[in-house]
Design a protein around this ligand. Structure first.
Ligand code: HEM
Length: 640
């Protein structure tokens, strides 16, 4: 049987009614312990033995009571700073100085590092890695066949759970002793909070619940954080909005200050973005309930003992509640936000996720740190998503990372004084590879084309006799060629930045996010030919002498070399050419990468100005100016 509100099926070998839409969600969330109660598959009861001895709703009550008040306005102040500190360390160790990283393993590490420190004050990397490994095994057994035999995922999950539980039990036992002895060194973490407020529960029971909390927040938060990175890579305008909000927060902080409660509360847009990520890619697919009595819903009768299942997807993609449901639009969460029971990534009713506020904090702190430090773009286009048990990019979301600001002021040495992206070092292997590939493309594509060069040159009227042009003729011709090339280059280049053009051709040239001289001609063969046309268009329109044509080619290549050099030399004669872009201008285009909608022109700046494609660059420049001003004032204040 099937209807849009409910259909019956069999899940985990249980007869199940799947409810869809806000009405179904309301039915289950508002009738806990009246019509329905929470039901866990037998695998979960085997992994968490204390779950089996208490009823579903009692379970929820115990967990909620233990976690009550953990994230409240007072603790937010402490946790925000602690998390920010951990996040900064994490980024420094695992992300800094890397140009290529895989996001989901690092997001996992971030999530578990924060949880271990905040829950049980564990920061030993070996112990953290052990927890992470065991939680991964545990998660795999969560939704497996309920067969507990050596080697099955369930059997491995039970062993993994026992491993973590034993460690937690030891930590709890020691902590109880420390609290009883009133030691000053008792850490102010979630475990201490739980022990001080729940002295009626035995240590093993608390260990089981702590394990449940660690488990509940491990994969889910990792998935959200990973997809935030993915969406921000794909949606530069959203990235820029998040960046603006986070930079605004950073602007008002002194160097070394950590995030506080007020900062977190200012991250409204960032949280809307995270909410939209959870709408489109909910980490939690849905959950079970069991009918406590016979009842009817939407014309279907549900017998007592049947299982019911609510799912996030049934409302999150419904156009009645979320117009254009596939479009990423954080503004859906502005004002009063989505209608009740339509947006349910954390569930609803009395069993709503107790880790919601904690998750918000972990996610926002991550967002703050990643966007204020980096820009990035995905290495793979259309990476497959697997759901096991939470959605994850199949290959771990490899990204190319660039430091946030192209203008890294406080990182200059005499040696790299004029280098634009100072922190980026291109290896010799990369340089050799770039050279070989450029030579290969030029020999094959341009070499074979040169067989046609003489007839074509003759045909367009370029002279090879001795009738040389005057000096002023040459100047005028070159001026026209630069203008024509610049204009046509702007549009061909802009076209190459459309999805198809970028993914099939232009991405090769953008492999160098911090360009080097050799990267100027480094491109796909089709691009070399395509962008050759604007260079040839001027001489075809205003034919010249062959020597002028060669001079034009030399000047155009010299210009490309300068703009790709990665260095901004203040004494370069090109600085005196009006409306000239230069190295810093084009470096910004590479720095932004595939998402770039900025600085398309090859030589001058006027096209980007007229067509409004220099806004990102101008924003960065203004930001730099303000930063410089602030640092100068801080320096002055420090001196006086
Ligand atoms: C973005 C992250 C998260 C999402 C999307 C999420 C989602 C959910 C959902 C939908 C439920 C309700 C299931 C139901 O209706 O039966 C739930 C329950 C639960 N969550 Fe989360 N969760 C997240 C993070 C966390 C974190 C960080 C923790 C722990 C700190 C946590 C701990 C729990 C626990 C213990 C339950 C069971 C509560 C009960 O038995 O009543 N979750 N979560």
């Amino acid at each position: 049987m099937f209807s849009t509100a409910i259909f019956k099926t069999s899940l985990l070998m249980e007869p199940t009614a799947v409810v869809c839409g806000p009405g179904g969600n309301k039915l289950l969330f508002a009738n806990e312990d009246k019509l329905v109660t929470t039901w866990f598959p037998s695998t979960i009861n085997k992994i968490f033995p204390t779950t089996a001895v208490s009823t579903g709703s009692e379970e929820g009550r115990i967990v909620r009571k233990m976690f009550e008040g953990v994230v409240n306005p007072g603790s937010l102040q402490v946790y925000a700073a602690k998390m920010d500190f951990i996040a900064k360390q994490h980024f420094e160790i695992y992300w800094e100085n890397n140009t290529n990283v895989k996001v989901s393993p690092l997001a996992k590490l971030y999530t578990i590092t924060v949880a271990c420190k905040l829950f049980v004050n564990v920061d030993d990397p070996v112990k953290v890695a052990k927890f992470s490994r065991l939680l991964t095994i545990l998660a795999a057994g969560f939704v497996s066949m309920p067969i507990d035999l050596p080697g099955t995922p369930l059997n491995k999950a039970i062993k993994a759970a026992n491993g973590i539980r034993n460690d937690l039990y030891e930590i709890i036992r020691q902590r109880k002793v420390d609290i009883a002895e009133n030691k000053e060194s008792v850490p102010q973490d979630i475990l201490t909070h739980i022990l001080l407020n729940n002295d009626e529960y035995p240590a093993l029971n608390i260990a089981d619940k702590l394990l449940g909390l660690l488990m509940g927040g491990y994969n889910t938060v990792t998935s959200v954080v990973t997809f935030i990175v993915k969406y921000l890579a794909e949606l530069p305008h959203i990235y820029n909005e998040v960046l603006n909000e986070q930079m605004e927060i950073l602007k008002n902080k002194k160097a070394g200050d950590l995030l506080n409660r007020e900062d977190i509360q200012k991250m409204r847009y960032s949280w809307n973005v995270a909410c939209e990520v959870m709408r489109l890619t909910p980490p939690f697919q849905g959950a079970f309930r069991e009918a406590l009595t016979d009842f009817s819903y939407a014309g279907f009768s549900i017998p007592k003992g049947w299982k019911l299942y609510w799912s996030t997807y049934s409302t999150h993609f419904n156009a009645n509640y979320f117009p254009n449901p596939k479009v990423f639009d954080p503004s859906r969460f502005e004002g009063i936000g989505p209608a009740p029971y339509t947006y349910v990534p954390f569930g609803g009713g009395p069993r709503m996720c107790p880790g919601k506020d904690y998750s918000r904090l972990v996610i926002l702190v991550f967002m703050h740190n990643i966007v204020t430090k980096y820009k990035w773009n995905s290495v793979l286009s259309d990476e497959k998503i697997v759901v096991d048990p939470v959605p994850m990019p199949a290959k771990g979301l490899p990204i190319r990372l660039q430091p946030q600001s192209i203008f890294e002021l406080n990182y200059s040495t005499k040696k790299n004084k004029y280098k634009i992206q100072k922190k980026v070092k291109v290896s010799y292997e990369e340089i050799i590879r770039c050279y070989k590939e450029t030579v290969r493309v030029f020999v094959l594509a341009v070499g074979s084309l040169s067989l046609l060069s003489y007839p074509v040159i003759e045909w367009v009227g370029i002279r090879t006799d001795l009738s040389l042009d005057t000096f002023w003729d040459v100047v005028l011709q070159l001026f026209v060629y630069f203008l024509v090339e610049d204009y046509l280059h702007y549009w061909v280049h802009r076209l190459l930045h459309c999805k198809w053009g970028y993914e099939n051709i232009h991405w090769v040239h953008h492999e160098f996010t911090a360009p080097i001289v050799l990267a100027a001609p480094y491109a796909h063969w089709a691009e070399v030919l395509l962008l050759g046309l604007p260079s040839f268009a001027g001489p075809a329109m205003v034919p010249c002498h062959m020597l002028t044509f060669w001079l034009w080619m030399i000047l155009r290549q010299a210009e490309a070399i300068e703009t790709h050099s990665g260095y901004n030399f203040p004494w370069s004669p090109t600085k005196y050419i009006p409306f000239y872009g230069g190295a810093e201008y084009h470096d910004y285009h590479h720095f932004v990468g595939g998402q770039s909608q900025s600085n398309f022109a090859s030589v001058f700046t006027y096209c980007d100005y007229i067509y409004g494609t220099d806004k990102g660059y101008q924003y960065q420049k203004t930001k730099l100016h303000k930063l410089k001003e602030r640092w100068r004032k801080q320096e002055e204040a420090h001196q006086s």
